[in-house]
Design a protein around this ligand. Sequence first.
Ligand SMILES: *Cc1c(COP(=O)(O)O)cnc(C)c1O
Ligand code: SF4
Length: 395
Amino acid sequence: MKFDFKPTTIPDSVSISDWKNWTWQLRNSLKTYKDFIGHFDLSLEEREAFNHGEEVFNIRTTPYYAQLAGKSSSDPIRRILMPNILELAAPAQAMLDPLGERKNNPAPRIIHRYPDRVLFLITDICSVYCRFCTRKHFTGQEEAFVRPDEYEKALNYIKTHAGIREVILSGGDPLTVGDAQLDRTLFDLRKIDHVEIIRVGTRMPVVCPMRVSEDVVRILRKHKPVFLMSHFNHPRELTAEAAAAVELFVDHGIPVMNQMVLLNGVNNHPAIVQALSRRLLYLRAKPYYMFQCDPSRGTDHLRTSIEDSLQIQKELWGNLSGLAMPNFSVDIPDGGGKAYYVPNYEVFKSEEKRSYQGWDGIAAEYMNPSAAQILKPQDAEMYYQEWEDLKGART
Ligand SMILES: *Cc1c(COP(=O)(O)O)cnc(C)c1O
Ligand code: SF4
């Protein structure tokens, strides 16, 4: 099926050139109660949240994303952007720093949790403050770009740790930064010999696709290999504008990988995940992760149970192309790293064989070859010796 990606309707009061200008979108973001009542008929729970503005997480949305949200307060996109008094209700779990990032923070703006890759948080600003944000301890402190002294320290950390092969630009949203600073950052990272891959983690293709210009894409391409990590959560976020942004990246050789979060009342249904994944794949964006929502403060009403999430995964497995299937993963609270889940089809195991019942119920066995003929790692080493990579991985 050819998918139909619909353009958003531009409000009559805005000129087309303003609407398509990303800095106009940021300058005209909705932040206050007054801004919001101009666009939305607020429910009691939503209005109450504005009355507690100091206690709830930052509030902000681009006019474009506000336009995508529906009239009903139960609309999925509205639930992502609209504060709700439920954020202050007594939670089952509410952590300020659910990923334990502050203890894996060896240099300013650097989160180093896995040996070969780091996050580099180059800004605290986002153009939309998602209600489920996992980095509420950091985002929205209104530092547009990392201070020069912090920037140098962060860069120096990456330079002096030769094991770092991948740098993930994050924040905040790294595409809220201007072209010149983005180019400069990528340029500085590319000067470091051991940095192989750069990722840019951004929600701008979702909430402000007008940010994705030929210029941005050329900058990313110039510093290849760069991967674009997008964050679409709902098929309705794939408007004609967003689809064009995704295609622009891919057409310029920048692979797009999507990380979604399962959210109560937003996308916690297999049909929605399936529709999102198929549309993304059609645009050549790879569904990469399907995350369990972190127990960040104020997210209880947006979280699913792990059992619900596993059920969704189970329904998709086998029915959805492997290319379109995201990996379901839970971030272990307090910085334990990611825990993956795969459906377990194994019903029996011994040294000789394993028995399975596959996704649609067919049962079969896998017999191991006789142990005597399998090379032991020390025998196999001679075939691998020439691979520097392997030595690196083992040190
Ligand atoms: C998720 C994460 C990464 C990237 O993990 P991948 O599985 O390679 O995508 C890196 N650092 C931190 C701190 C993370 O939370
Ligand atoms: S874009 Fe990311 S960092 Fe920014 S508020 Fe949303 S989830 Fe948080």
